[in-house]
Design a protein around this ligand. Structure first.
Ligand code: TMO
Length: 313
């Protein structure tokens, strides 16, 4: 009788110890929201998965570069979409200071760069070579840019260094930054009506590739250091004399205290990996189907239970 009782107490003790180890803090996990659709939907997809584990989550709208410093300090818990082209430099700088962890790499391969819809190539057949684009610059001139071609860049926080690229490669273009991603899609739709040549910032995976077949401009190939060392790249005395990585990574970064404070959420986050197709689909639910991001996340989770359920085990 006594022995049995002892065993059961021991078993209870062991059970409570192991559940204490797996117990996440009841403090909210802070998830950032940025200004492109796949990131917003993915943040809610992962947030909903973590809530299904019993975690509390909160969303904050943040600058997409400053977020790496916020994560390092523990003010934001993780970033689900670290795009190499746009955020590699900010992510690397935060990693060097410490406090942020490279938690996982998505299956997706990414590219972010100057891009044109296919009708543009009819007017400028030497594309996608960047020198051909430059020879055709006058085709892209607008009243705003005078004799120079107009390049419609993304919102400034994506920090694509397009003006430095224009200077380094001697491009006969002027950079105009869009106020939002939606402004880029609106200009593409307007240009499509009379097949007007247009060159804009775009990326993959994205919904846009399903709507407007197109190509990235081929700039001199990205090599590490092209953005920091003038000696790297084809122009000896310039930085940014190159394109963005054509086969970029997409990572998940987290505050390095997450694993101790929310061990179960952390274990799930480490298993999260989305493909190009899945990420393009998340963007499509908002940008084409016009769903609210929260509803898009729920729809994605409902349709893909076999993808994400295993991450929670
Ligand atoms: C950061 N972005 C995916 C819009 O290039």
């Amino acid at each position: 009788m006594k022995a049995i009782k002892l065993v059961s107490i021991a078993a209870l003790f062991a059970a409570s110890v192991s559940s204490a180890q797996a117990q996440d803090s009841s403090d909210p996990i802070i998830i950032p929201i940025h200004n492109w659709s796949s990131q917003i939907v993915m943040s809610h997809v992962i947030g909903d998965i973590l809530q299904s584990l019993g975690d509390h989550v909160e969303y904050v709208t943040t600058d997409s570069q400053a977020v790496y410093e916020s994560i390092r300090l523990g003010d934001v818990t993780f970033e689900p979409e670290v795009w190499e082209g746009a955020f590699g430099a900010s992510f690397r700088a935060a990693m060097e200071k410490g406090g942020i962890e490279d938690v996982a790499t998505h299956a997706a391969i990414t590219r972010e760069d100057w891009w044109y819809p296919m009708w543009t190539k009819d007017a400028c057949p030497g594309l996608p070579d960047w020198k051909a684009l430059n020879d055709c610059a006058a085709l892209f001139a607008t009243p705003e840019t005078g004799t120079k071609g107009r390049f419609l860049g993304g919102p400034v926080d994506w920090l694509k260094h397009d003006a430095e690229k224009v200077d380094a490669l001697g491009l006969n273009f002027q950079v105009v930054n869009a106020g939002s991603a939606a402004a880029i899609w609106a200009e593409l739709a307007a240009a499509e009506k009379d097949k007007k040549p247009i060159v804009v910032f775009n990326w993959t995976p994205n919904f846009a590739e399903a709507v407007w077949p197109g190509e990235f401009v081929n700039f001199p190939e990205w090599v590490d250091g092209c953005d920091t060392d003038p000696a790297v790249g084809p122009v000896p005395d310039k930085t940014y004399d190159c394109g963005n990585p054509a086969n970029g990574y997409l990572k998940i970064a987290a505050w390095d205290g997450m694993k101790d404070k929310w061990p179960a959420a952390y274990a799930t986050l480490k298993k999260v990996s989305f493909t190009n197709h899945q990420i393009a689909e998340m963007a499509k639910l908002v940008d084409i189907d016009e769903m609210e991001p929260e509803d898009a996340a729920q729809a994605w989770l409902d349709a893909n239970e076999s993808v994400w359920q295993p991450w929670t085990k």
